[in-house]
Design a protein around this ligand. Sequence first.
Ligand SMILES: [Mg+2]
Length: 182
Amino acid sequence: MHNKPILAVDMDDVITDTFQQSLDWYARDFGKKYNKQDLQGNYLADVIPSEHREKIQQYFFTKGFFRELKPIPGAIETLSMLQDSFEVFVVTAAQQFPQCLTEKNEWLDEYMPFIDWRYRVFCGHKYFLNAKYLIDDHAYNFEKYIGHPILFTAPHNTKEDRYTRADNWDDVVNILKIKQPI
Ligand SMILES: [Mg+2]
């Protein structure tokens, strides 16, 4: 039996910089470079011409997209450190984009081998989790979740104000320190 509190951590836009990769691929395909500051309160799909939307929705089904993601600064080192105080689970929606299951597993093997297969949860809904903390960029994952939510800032959630917010991984550590001695 475990006796450390369970910390569940989303992958896209919390551990991996999925938003930035969409911006990079959009710039490659359409020659217009947006940055995250331009998109506060929006998804990329909200600001581009409607005829480009289908193409960017296909990115998530494109081989390599999830495998090539860059880590969010601080994520890997911080989660490695937090394993001393928490049972850290990576909990990521995967069934929606079938090829991402393999790619996310490979990504974790490369960047976070300290999260072994028993601590990788590829799922849809997250409210079934019995985790004390859940770090996620999507507020909808918190609506029926019964633990302590921590909203990780991404351009699309900057207008959300219902949940404790972390702008970066230093903020996560500070929030957890207040709630839990680590
Ligand atoms: Mg996410």
